[in-house]
Design a protein around this ligand. Structure first.
Ligand SMILES: [Zn+2]
Length: 352
Protein backbone atom coordinates (compact mmCIF):
# COMPACT_ATOMS: atom_id res chain seq x y z
CA UNK A 1 0.00 0.00 0.00
CA UNK A 2 1.23 3.53 -0.74
CA UNK A 3 2.35 5.88 2.05
CA UNK A 4 0.02 7.70 4.41
CA UNK A 5 -1.51 9.99 1.84
CA UNK A 6 -3.71 7.08 0.77
CA UNK A 7 -5.64 7.49 4.04
CA UNK A 8 -6.90 10.91 2.94
CA UNK A 9 -10.48 10.24 3.99
CA UNK A 10 -9.76 8.72 7.40
CA UNK A 11 -10.93 10.36 10.63
CA UNK A 12 -7.26 10.71 11.59
CA UNK A 13 -6.46 12.55 8.37
CA UNK A 14 -9.39 14.91 8.82
CA UNK A 15 -8.23 15.67 12.37
CA UNK A 16 -4.92 16.86 10.96
CA UNK A 17 -6.82 19.79 9.42
CA UNK A 18 -6.85 21.25 12.93
CA UNK A 19 -3.06 20.63 13.10
CA UNK A 20 -1.56 19.18 15.15
CA UNK A 21 -3.06 15.97 16.53
CA UNK A 22 -2.42 15.51 20.26
CA UNK A 23 -1.93 12.08 21.81
CA UNK A 24 -1.56 11.50 25.55
CA UNK A 25 0.20 8.31 26.56
CA UNK A 26 1.98 7.11 29.69
CA UNK A 27 -0.91 5.01 31.02
CA UNK A 28 1.29 2.29 32.48
CA UNK A 29 3.42 4.66 34.55
CA UNK A 30 0.48 6.75 35.75
CA UNK A 31 -1.61 3.73 36.75
CA UNK A 32 1.45 2.25 38.48
CA UNK A 33 1.86 5.45 40.51
CA UNK A 34 -1.83 5.31 41.41
CA UNK A 35 -1.47 1.76 42.73
CA UNK A 36 -3.35 -0.23 40.09
CA UNK A 37 -0.53 -1.74 38.04
CA UNK A 38 2.70 -3.55 38.90
CA UNK A 39 6.07 -2.16 37.81
CA UNK A 40 8.29 -4.85 36.34
CA UNK A 41 6.23 -6.74 33.78
CA UNK A 42 4.07 -3.60 33.27
CA UNK A 43 1.24 -5.72 31.86
CA UNK A 44 -2.07 -3.80 31.88
CA UNK A 45 -4.11 -6.32 33.89
CA UNK A 46 -5.75 -3.19 35.32
CA UNK A 47 -8.06 -3.29 32.29
CA UNK A 48 -9.74 -6.38 33.75
CA UNK A 49 -9.16 -5.77 37.44
CA UNK A 50 -9.96 -2.04 37.74
CA UNK A 51 -11.60 -0.94 34.45
CA UNK A 52 -13.06 2.20 36.04
CA UNK A 53 -9.53 3.47 36.69
CA UNK A 54 -8.59 3.07 33.05
CA UNK A 55 -11.81 4.78 31.98
CA UNK A 56 -11.13 7.69 34.32
CA UNK A 57 -7.58 8.22 33.08
CA UNK A 58 -8.78 8.21 29.47
CA UNK A 59 -11.27 10.90 30.44
CA UNK A 60 -8.65 12.96 32.25
CA UNK A 61 -6.28 12.87 29.28
CA UNK A 62 -9.08 13.75 26.83
CA UNK A 63 -10.22 16.57 29.08
CA UNK A 64 -6.63 17.84 29.13
CA UNK A 65 -6.58 18.02 25.34
CA UNK A 66 -5.73 14.61 23.89
CA UNK A 67 -7.40 14.04 20.51
CA UNK A 68 -6.47 10.36 20.57
CA UNK A 69 -7.95 7.89 23.08
CA UNK A 70 -5.38 5.10 23.12
CA UNK A 71 -6.72 1.69 24.13
CA UNK A 72 -4.56 0.27 26.90
CA UNK A 73 -3.22 -2.73 25.03
CA UNK A 74 0.46 -1.83 25.31
CA UNK A 75 2.24 -5.02 26.50
CA UNK A 76 -1.09 -6.84 26.16
CA UNK A 77 0.39 -9.17 23.57
CA UNK A 78 0.69 -12.94 23.81
CA UNK A 79 4.31 -12.99 24.95
CA UNK A 80 3.82 -10.52 27.82
CA UNK A 81 0.63 -12.19 29.07
CA UNK A 82 2.52 -15.46 29.17
CA UNK A 83 5.06 -13.78 31.51
CA UNK A 84 2.33 -13.03 34.06
CA UNK A 85 0.47 -16.30 33.50
CA UNK A 86 -2.60 -14.65 31.92
CA UNK A 87 -2.37 -15.84 28.32
CA UNK A 88 -5.93 -17.16 28.68
CA UNK A 89 -7.12 -13.56 29.12
CA UNK A 90 -5.46 -12.26 25.92
CA UNK A 91 -8.56 -11.70 23.79
CA UNK A 92 -10.71 -10.54 26.68
CA UNK A 93 -8.16 -7.97 27.82
CA UNK A 94 -7.67 -6.56 24.33
CA UNK A 95 -11.38 -6.30 23.56
CA UNK A 96 -12.22 -4.82 26.96
CA UNK A 97 -9.45 -2.20 26.61
CA UNK A 98 -10.84 -1.20 23.22
CA UNK A 99 -14.36 -1.06 24.61
CA UNK A 100 -13.32 1.24 27.49
CA UNK A 101 -11.40 3.55 25.16
CA UNK A 102 -14.25 3.54 22.63
CA UNK A 103 -16.67 4.77 25.27
CA UNK A 104 -14.45 7.77 26.03
CA UNK A 105 -13.73 8.45 22.35
CA UNK A 106 -17.47 8.67 21.77
CA UNK A 107 -18.02 10.89 24.80
CA UNK A 108 -15.28 13.30 23.72
CA UNK A 109 -15.42 13.02 19.90
CA UNK A 110 -11.90 11.61 20.12
CA UNK A 111 -10.05 9.26 17.80
CA UNK A 112 -10.08 5.65 18.99
CA UNK A 113 -6.64 4.08 18.62
CA UNK A 114 -5.64 0.45 18.95
CA UNK A 115 -2.15 -0.07 20.31
CA UNK A 116 0.64 -2.55 19.59
CA UNK A 117 4.29 -2.39 20.64
CA UNK A 118 7.69 -4.05 20.69
CA UNK A 119 7.42 -7.78 21.37
CA UNK A 120 10.70 -9.07 22.83
CA UNK A 121 10.34 -12.14 20.58
CA UNK A 122 11.68 -10.34 17.50
CA UNK A 123 15.30 -11.15 16.68
CA UNK A 124 17.18 -9.54 13.77
CA UNK A 125 17.91 -11.91 10.91
CA UNK A 126 15.66 -14.62 12.38
CA UNK A 127 12.75 -15.25 10.02
CA UNK A 128 10.88 -17.42 12.50
CA UNK A 129 11.11 -14.77 15.22
CA UNK A 130 9.96 -12.09 12.78
CA UNK A 131 7.06 -14.33 11.81
CA UNK A 132 6.09 -14.81 15.46
CA UNK A 133 6.12 -11.04 16.02
CA UNK A 134 4.01 -10.56 12.88
CA UNK A 135 1.43 -13.06 14.13
CA UNK A 136 1.21 -11.27 17.48
CA UNK A 137 0.65 -7.96 15.68
CA UNK A 138 -1.96 -9.54 13.42
CA UNK A 139 -4.07 -10.87 16.26
CA UNK A 140 -3.98 -7.57 18.17
CA UNK A 141 -4.70 -5.50 15.06
CA UNK A 142 -7.65 -7.78 14.26
CA UNK A 143 -9.09 -7.00 17.69
CA UNK A 144 -8.51 -3.27 17.04
CA UNK A 145 -10.50 -3.58 13.81
CA UNK A 146 -13.24 -5.52 15.63
CA UNK A 147 -13.28 -2.84 18.34
CA UNK A 148 -13.89 -0.08 15.80
CA UNK A 149 -10.50 1.66 15.99
CA UNK A 150 -9.94 4.71 13.78
CA UNK A 151 -6.20 4.04 13.71
CA UNK A 152 -3.56 1.84 15.29
CA UNK A 153 -0.53 3.16 17.15
CA UNK A 154 2.53 0.88 16.93
CA UNK A 155 5.31 2.08 19.18
CA UNK A 156 8.46 1.73 21.25
CA UNK A 157 10.41 -0.25 18.67
CA UNK A 158 14.18 -0.17 19.09
CA UNK A 159 14.51 -2.37 15.97
CA UNK A 160 13.43 -0.58 12.79
CA UNK A 161 12.73 -3.94 11.16
CA UNK A 162 10.21 -4.89 13.82
CA UNK A 163 8.53 -1.49 13.38
CA UNK A 164 8.37 -2.07 9.64
CA UNK A 165 6.53 -5.37 10.16
CA UNK A 166 4.04 -3.59 12.42
CA UNK A 167 3.46 -0.88 9.82
CA UNK A 168 2.77 -3.52 7.17
CA UNK A 169 0.32 -5.43 9.36
CA UNK A 170 -1.69 -2.32 10.20
CA UNK A 171 -1.75 -1.09 6.61
CA UNK A 172 -2.82 -4.53 5.40
CA UNK A 173 -5.74 -4.33 7.85
CA UNK A 174 -6.85 -1.10 6.18
CA UNK A 175 -6.29 1.24 9.13
CA UNK A 176 -4.00 4.29 9.34
CA UNK A 177 -0.78 3.42 11.16
CA UNK A 178 1.05 5.70 13.57
CA UNK A 179 4.45 4.00 13.91
CA UNK A 180 7.08 5.37 16.26
CA UNK A 181 10.50 4.06 17.19
CA UNK A 182 12.47 4.51 20.39
CA UNK A 183 16.06 5.68 20.15
CA UNK A 184 18.34 4.40 22.91
CA UNK A 185 21.53 6.06 24.16
CA UNK A 186 22.99 5.50 20.68
CA UNK A 187 21.52 7.92 18.14
CA UNK A 188 20.47 4.99 15.91
CA UNK A 189 18.04 2.09 15.92
CA UNK A 190 19.48 -1.22 17.11
CA UNK A 191 19.77 -2.22 13.45
CA UNK A 192 22.01 0.78 12.86
CA UNK A 193 19.70 3.17 11.03
CA UNK A 194 19.46 6.84 11.86
CA UNK A 195 16.08 7.88 13.17
CA UNK A 196 15.42 9.67 9.87
CA UNK A 197 16.36 6.63 7.77
CA UNK A 198 14.18 4.36 9.89
CA UNK A 199 11.23 6.71 9.56
CA UNK A 200 11.65 6.87 5.79
CA UNK A 201 11.44 3.06 5.67
CA UNK A 202 8.29 3.15 7.80
CA UNK A 203 6.67 5.64 5.46
CA UNK A 204 7.54 3.29 2.62
CA UNK A 205 5.88 0.43 4.51
CA UNK A 206 2.60 2.35 4.55
CA UNK A 207 2.61 4.30 7.83
CA UNK A 208 0.51 7.45 7.85
CA UNK A 209 2.50 8.98 10.72
CA UNK A 210 6.12 8.18 11.64
CA UNK A 211 8.41 9.42 14.39
CA UNK A 212 9.69 8.83 17.88
CA UNK A 213 8.26 7.87 21.25
CA UNK A 214 9.57 6.90 24.67
CA UNK A 215 13.11 6.45 26.06
CA UNK A 216 14.20 10.03 25.37
CA UNK A 217 12.97 13.12 27.16
CA UNK A 218 12.19 16.44 25.46
CA UNK A 219 15.76 17.77 25.35
CA UNK A 220 17.31 14.64 23.83
CA UNK A 221 14.45 13.84 21.45
CA UNK A 222 14.16 17.31 19.96
CA UNK A 223 17.55 17.29 18.12
CA UNK A 224 16.47 14.21 16.14
CA UNK A 225 13.20 15.63 14.83
CA UNK A 226 14.35 18.08 12.14
CA UNK A 227 16.09 15.33 10.16
CA UNK A 228 12.99 13.13 10.35
CA UNK A 229 10.80 16.01 9.15
CA UNK A 230 13.11 16.46 6.18
CA UNK A 231 13.31 12.75 5.36
CA UNK A 232 9.60 12.00 4.98
CA UNK A 233 6.51 13.46 3.32
CA UNK A 234 3.98 12.01 5.77
CA UNK A 235 3.01 13.29 9.23
CA UNK A 236 5.71 13.28 11.93
CA UNK A 237 5.16 12.23 15.55
CA UNK A 238 7.09 13.08 18.72
CA UNK A 239 6.12 11.68 22.14
CA UNK A 240 9.00 12.00 24.62
CA UNK A 241 9.07 10.64 28.13
CA UNK A 242 8.41 13.42 30.63
CA UNK A 243 11.82 13.24 32.29
CA UNK A 244 14.91 15.45 32.18
CA UNK A 245 17.27 13.39 30.06
CA UNK A 246 20.61 14.98 29.17
CA UNK A 247 23.34 14.60 26.52
CA UNK A 248 25.28 12.48 29.05
CA UNK A 249 22.17 10.41 29.83
CA UNK A 250 20.03 10.59 26.67
CA UNK A 251 17.49 7.93 27.70
CA UNK A 252 15.53 7.75 30.93
CA UNK A 253 16.85 4.23 31.51
CA UNK A 254 20.37 5.68 31.67
CA UNK A 255 19.66 8.38 34.27
CA UNK A 256 21.71 8.10 37.47
CA UNK A 257 20.34 8.21 41.00
CA UNK A 258 21.66 10.70 43.55
CA UNK A 259 21.30 7.94 46.16
CA UNK A 260 21.97 4.68 44.29
CA UNK A 261 22.10 2.85 47.61
CA UNK A 262 18.39 3.51 48.10
CA UNK A 263 16.92 2.38 44.78
CA UNK A 264 16.61 -1.01 43.06
CA UNK A 265 19.75 -1.92 41.07
CA UNK A 266 21.12 1.54 41.80
CA UNK A 267 19.15 3.24 39.03
CA UNK A 268 16.12 5.51 39.08
CA UNK A 269 14.42 3.72 36.16
CA UNK A 270 11.59 2.85 36.40
CA UNK A 271 10.38 3.43 39.96
CA UNK A 272 12.48 6.33 41.28
CA UNK A 273 12.30 8.81 38.41
CA UNK A 274 10.29 11.40 40.38
CA UNK A 275 13.12 13.94 40.83
CA UNK A 276 13.73 13.97 37.06
CA UNK A 277 10.12 14.77 36.15
CA UNK A 278 9.68 17.69 33.77
CA UNK A 279 7.42 20.49 34.92
CA UNK A 280 4.51 21.72 32.81
CA UNK A 281 6.51 24.67 31.43
CA UNK A 282 9.27 22.42 30.10
CA UNK A 283 6.58 20.36 28.38
CA UNK A 284 5.09 23.51 26.86
CA UNK A 285 8.48 24.59 25.53
CA UNK A 286 8.98 21.19 23.91
CA UNK A 287 5.56 21.33 22.27
CA UNK A 288 6.22 24.76 20.78
CA UNK A 289 9.66 23.78 19.49
CA UNK A 290 8.48 20.49 18.01
CA UNK A 291 5.52 22.18 16.34
CA UNK A 292 7.82 24.85 14.89
CA UNK A 293 9.91 22.04 13.36
CA UNK A 294 6.83 20.71 11.57
CA UNK A 295 5.95 17.89 13.96
CA UNK A 296 2.19 17.56 13.65
CA UNK A 297 1.39 14.61 15.94
CA UNK A 298 2.55 15.64 19.39
CA UNK A 299 2.19 13.85 22.67
CA UNK A 300 3.82 12.53 25.78
CA UNK A 301 4.88 9.06 26.85
CA UNK A 302 6.00 7.58 30.19
CA UNK A 303 5.77 10.00 33.09
CA UNK A 304 2.94 12.09 31.65
CA UNK A 305 0.12 13.24 33.89
CA UNK A 306 -2.95 15.25 32.86
CA UNK A 307 -1.45 18.62 33.83
CA UNK A 308 1.44 17.99 31.41
CA UNK A 309 -1.00 17.20 28.60
CA UNK A 310 -3.01 20.35 29.27
CA UNK A 311 0.18 22.42 29.18
CA UNK A 312 1.20 20.81 25.88
CA UNK A 313 -2.23 21.52 24.39
CA UNK A 314 -2.24 25.15 25.52
CA UNK A 315 1.30 25.68 24.17
CA UNK A 316 0.06 24.98 20.65
CA UNK A 317 -2.99 27.14 20.91
CA UNK A 318 -5.67 24.84 22.28
CA UNK A 319 -7.91 25.51 25.21
CA UNK A 320 -9.13 22.12 26.43
CA UNK A 321 -11.85 21.68 29.02
CA UNK A 322 -9.26 21.38 31.81
CA UNK A 323 -8.01 24.89 30.99
CA UNK A 324 -10.93 26.09 33.11
CA UNK A 325 -8.56 25.46 36.02
CA UNK A 326 -5.24 26.54 34.52
CA UNK A 327 -3.12 28.48 36.98
CA UNK A 328 -3.87 32.11 37.84
CA UNK A 329 -1.14 33.05 40.30
CA UNK A 330 -2.34 36.63 40.50
CA UNK A 331 -4.83 35.32 43.06
CA UNK A 332 -2.24 33.57 45.21
CA UNK A 333 -1.73 34.89 48.73
CA UNK A 334 2.06 35.23 48.37
CA UNK A 335 2.45 35.57 44.61
CA UNK A 336 -0.52 37.71 43.66
CA UNK A 337 -0.61 41.48 43.56
CA UNK A 338 -1.80 43.49 46.54
CA UNK A 339 -4.72 44.68 44.43
CA UNK A 340 -5.92 41.25 43.36
CA UNK A 341 -5.51 39.59 46.74
CA UNK A 342 -6.37 42.52 49.00
CA UNK A 343 -3.60 44.52 50.63
CA UNK A 344 -4.06 43.05 54.08
CA UNK A 345 -3.85 39.48 52.82
CA UNK A 346 -0.90 40.04 50.49
CA UNK A 347 2.50 38.74 51.55
CA UNK A 348 5.75 39.20 49.68
CA UNK A 349 6.84 35.76 48.44
CA UNK A 350 10.48 36.64 49.19
CA UNK A 351 9.59 36.74 52.89
CA UNK A 352 7.93 33.33 52.97
ZN1 LIG B 1 7.12 5.47 27.26
Amino acid sequence: MAPGRSFGSSRLERRFDADPVICAEGYLFELERRGYLQAGAFVPEVVLEHPSKVLELHREFARAGSDVVLALTFYAHRDKLRVVGREDALAQLNLEALSIASRVAQETDGLLAGNICNTHVFQPGDAAAAGAAREMFQEQVAWAVEGGADLVVAESFAWAEEARIAAEVISDAGLPAVVTISITKQPTTLDGLSAAEACRHLEGAGAAVVGLNCLRGPTTMLPLLADIREAVDCHVAALPVVYRTTPEHPSFVSLEASRPDLVPQGRPFPTALDPFTCDRYEVAEFARQAHDLGVDYIGLCCGAAPHHVRSLAEAIGRRPEASRYSADLSKHAFLGSAESVGRAASLDASEV
